[in-house]
Design a protein around this ligand. Sequence first.
Ligand SMILES: [Zn+2]
Ligand SMILES: [Zn+2]
Length: 427
Amino acid sequence: MSAVRAADKRIYNRPIKFVSLAGGREIGRHSHYLSIGKLKILVDPGVQANGHARPIDVKDLHGLNFIFLTHAHLDHIGSLIDVMLVNPHTRVCATRATRALASIILKKSNLTRGRYSEEEIDRCINRIKTVHCEEEIHMGKGIYARFIDAGHILGSASIVICAPEGNIMITGDFATEDRGVLFPFRRPDMDLRALITEGSLVGLSMPSAARERDSFMSHLRGNINEDRNVVVAATPLGVFQEYAMLMPQLQQDGLLPSFPIFLNANLREAFKIYLRYYESLALAAKLPKESFAGFMVLEPLDKKVDVSKMSPFCLIAGPSNLKWEFPNGFVRQVIMQGGYLIADNRYTESLIYRRVSRRGKDRIKPEQIMRMCSSNHVTEPDLNSLIDEMRPHKTVFVHGMPRSLRRFARELSGVAMVSRIKEFINL
Ligand SMILES: [Zn+2]
Ligand SMILES: [Zn+2]
């Protein structure tokens, strides 16, 4: 008996250490190291940034036992290839959709393009083991992990690691509000020894995501009904892409008139994957996949296409910054003929004018442009209620604005802290 107890004691008292490798104090960088005894886990090989993003330092990241990916945004997977190449035998886990999206994102990225061939990227992507949400991943030594829906982008997951010493949740980017397309984050019913959470929106007052979506749809409907064409400046894997996925359903339900939906090439790959993994979306329960037949109309909508000969349409065009592959010539034509532009409110009005109008010469009425919030992160009040309901023994903020996070941590009176980059935290 006493020998068993001695063994238990050895297992159950392992030190649990956490280090935020990149961006603990900056928005949008994400890379976390966790060890339980001798087990070494990396969650999200992200990027570091001082001006321009660059891969994280991998020289101390040998001998990892597991790499978990929360989702396919570049700030969370930018160093995946670098980390996998120095850890050739490490098990890498992600949801199916995250794996598919990671492949297109890494092939397009400046961080990998030129440094790695498509074949090298494919070899790494093929090594990723896919997991379903709620599936148990056995990690040995009495420890297992579980991915749960995070409601951020297609495939996004929060990760719960269950050890005899206690449960640790790393949220990744997540959202609790139902936007109608993805399954939102739902808190797991368990005690937490530690919650490692993003707090990107802490300190910002945010409109409700559902209200923003409804306002987006009502502006779209109003303009199409008035025979005005609508352009949405969207980013792949963003909220406006989600809204575009909702349009066929709303058309079928009679909540939007029927109009063609065009996409430009910048968004094509991301949409293809959303449609391929359609059954993993909450939206699939409401509308059969056939309704999407013909949904993606990829047309070379450039300056040569005569807008005046087209019936009212909606063009979803990327990228959202209205630069690079954004079809400015065509969009200028749409606007000059009285069309309407919906853009992200991350971009200022003057920047949008500058990019759409020809050297500021074209006359664009302010009422032709609408800027909207397209956030898919948890808000401060929702994060507050999550912490209040789950009551983790320790909360660590890793992804947000330092000053706001420090204020929020103080308000949580002693149970929360803001992690510094490369600081070892005993959980
Ligand atoms: Zn992020
Ligand atoms: Zn993200």
